[in-house]
Design a protein around this ligand. Sequence first.
Ligand code: SF4
Length: 205
Amino acid sequence: MSPFNPNHRDTPAGQITIALYRIAQAIEHVFRERGKVMRLSPTQIQSLLFLKYARPGVRTIGGLANRLGVTYATSSGVANALEDKQLIKRTPLPEDQRVVTLELTPNGERDIEALNNVLDEIELAVAALPEVEQTVFLRATQAIVRRLQRAGYVSVYEMCWGCQFFQKNAHPNDPRGPHHCTFVNAPLAEPNTYLECPDFVPAET
Ligand code: SF4
């Protein structure tokens, strides 16, 4: 029973699966079209967005490989291409000089400004739904993502607030940051708590 076969698309689950497939195609389409205008591949767009919004410790070749779901060699190739375009540069991590991080250049930041609205059409389509439908849709899509995450099909990157490893104001006078992450056992500066982290685990409610 394949939902690709219109003859078998007779259950809500099959119809929703195809709808999600079409939404994924629409997202691919907007990334490709924006990439043509900006002379970037969809992978390069995803990489720039990752480097803008991921927490500092994971902005590395390995972190990028995890985010893109590719090998280290492929991730290194993507970083080289972005470096050639002068959109990123390699910089040692201040707290551990052995770790080389990838950082946006001013040109990269300028491209991010132009990329921030790349999903606007999708968001507008969702926002056009009645509020009560958005609430149901949110709950349903979160449940689907959680299941796909458990199965290893997708990584969820979220910010610290709401993470079970986050300790708010654990050491308010620490110049390195008032909050604490028990996962990496390190202080967190306020701005870094609003960045995406691959180690996020939702706090029990
Ligand atoms: S593990 Fe949780 S608290 Fe620690 S940096 Fe990641 S999101 Fe923040």
